[in-house]
Ligand binder design. Structure first.
Ligand SMILES: [Zn+2]
Length: 70
């Protein structure tokens, strides 16, 4: 069965979600971006939120996240 939801966001919108990788959880975006694997899903969600926020503002201008090494 294939059901489509009527409310589809704009293609420019970054739809982030979390994917489980074994015991880890990583953030994933509709644009193809993937965050580092985290042990906590809440952490992965935080990465996704930061990704969406960073792109929403003025784009990445050489701003490195404090916890980029994962
Ligand atoms: Zn994205």
């Amino acid at each position: 069965m294939w059901q489509q939801r009527p409310a589809e966001p704009a293609p420019d919108d970054h739809r982030t979600t979390t994917v489980e990788q074994g015991r880890f959880c990583a953030a994933r975006c509709s644009c193809g971006w993937r965050g580092p694997a985290r042990r906590a899903r809440s952490r992965a969600r935080s990465d996704a939120a930061e990704h969406a926020t960073a792109l929403r503002t003025d784009g990445a201008s050489g701003t490195a996240p404090p916890d980029g090494l994962g």
